[in-house]
Design a protein around this ligand. Structure first.
Ligand code: PMP
Length: 358
């Protein structure tokens, strides 16, 4: 029997999401979710009436949510595209805005490569410097749409606005996509530059700093022309791409600035605590501006530490790529979770030392 699956996709290497095991209760520090529930208004927005309205399609223009996002970021609704998670925004940008090819870092969000392959994009991966900083000049010289996670994942390092501006300036005819999934944890957003640079598209998500990963909501802020192009792709794929409850949840979340400030500050405080504790134990920890840390110890192999922590009920993310296989990416949870994490790190180090002396 022939394979019904198109041969062009047979060798596609799909994205591997972080594990969501159900075998026991873990402290989940592996997928960069928020440890805090969504803002109070979200629960209120999901009313009986809203549930009854699920019989109706959602608003394909996502207007109320787009307006709320536009107000929050000081742009017009025509500059906002609302998507099913920011992954969908990125998918459309790879699908429709990469005719001259694409460039992204060799160590960055793994989905860029998957989208590049899926949409047959001629892409190039630019190696990060040894200290994981981004070689800005190489990006300035390279041709093709630049995709930059800022701050980067999984390294946590951020470029400044001036650095992004240098890239935008280096070739006004080249599109730069800045993926700001983690920007609310200490990075600098370049949304204000959208008015000045028509070659800039900024992608953000509600999954991290707005505690709505499970609702699947993201957005792009860019020129009206870019947004119109994304809309065309959406209306050619899935016009009702964001469901009714998510649209309501997102609007309520973005309107609660106080809760946003409170939770992101709590996460940044727990990050500072965790970083300091790891450094006391001689870990190398990057200067993360995100809701995760990227850390390694020379006392133990990265994969081994990941496994030991998992056995102790702590889930972190380990990547096998040679350049980063000694590191683990640790999502920042509540302060209590991070204290437990540090206690478990001590147990792992103690047990390792025990075997060394044995
Ligand atoms: N960009 C980066 C850099 C990410 O790490 C993630 C989350 N894994 C995303 C985008 C996508 O997030 P979401 O689709 O949940 O908005």
């Amino acid at each position: 029997m022939p394979s019904f699956f198109s041969s062009k996709y047979q060798h596609l290497e799909a994205y591997t999401p972080g594990e969501q095991p159900r075998d026991k209760a873990y402290i989940k520090l592996n997928t960069n979710e928020s440890p805090y529930p969504p803002a109070e208004g979200v629960l209120k927005a999901i009313s009986t009436e809203a549930v009854n309205d699920l019989r109706l399609y959602s608003d394909p223009t996502c207007l109320a949510t787009r307006k709320a996002i536009a107000d929050r970021y000081g742009v017009e609704p025509e500059n906002v595209f609302v998507s099913n998670g920011s992954d969908e925004s990125l998918a459309f940008l790879f699908m429709g805005f990469t005719e001259p090819g694409a460039v992204f870092a060799d160590i960055t969000y793994g989905f860029y490569k998957v989208f590049g392959d899926l949409y047959g994009v001629d892409y190039k991966e630019i190696p990060l410097n040894d200290d994981f900083t981004l070689p800005l000049d190489a990006f300035c010289r390279a041709k093709g749409t630049a995709f930059i996670a800022n701050p980067n994942a999984p390294t946590g390092l951020a470029l400044t606005t001036a650095e992004i501006e240098k890239l935008l300036h280096s070739d006004p005819d080249r599109l730069v996509v800045v993926d700001e999934a983690y920007v609310d944890f200490g990075g600098e957003t370049v949304v204000p530059l959208v008015k000045k640079y028509p070659n800039l598209a900024v992608v953000q998500t509600f999954s991290k700093s707005r505690s709505l990963a499970g609702a699947r909501l993201g957005f792009t802020i860019a020129s009206a022309e870019i947004i119109a192009g994304m809309d065309k792709l959406k209306y050619s794929t899935n016009p009702y791409n964001v469901n009714r409850l998510t649209l309501l949840a997102g609007k309520a979340a973005i309107e609660d600035e106080a809760y946003f400030e409170k939770t992101r500050n709590a996460i940044m405080e727990a990050r500072a605590y965790t970083k300091a504790e790891l450094e006391k134990r001689n870990f190398t920890v990057t200067d993360s501006k995100t809701n995760f840390l990227f850390a390694k110890t020379d006392k133990m192999d990265g994969g081994e530490l990941y496994k030991m922590l998992k056995d102790k009920g702590i889930l972190v993310r380990h990547f096998t790529a040679p350049k980063i296989c000694q590191y683990n990416r640790i999502t920042i949870g509540t302060m209590t979770e991070m204290q437990t994490f540090i206690a478990k790190i001590d147990e792992c180090l103690g047990e390792r030392e025990g075997t060394d002396h044995a």
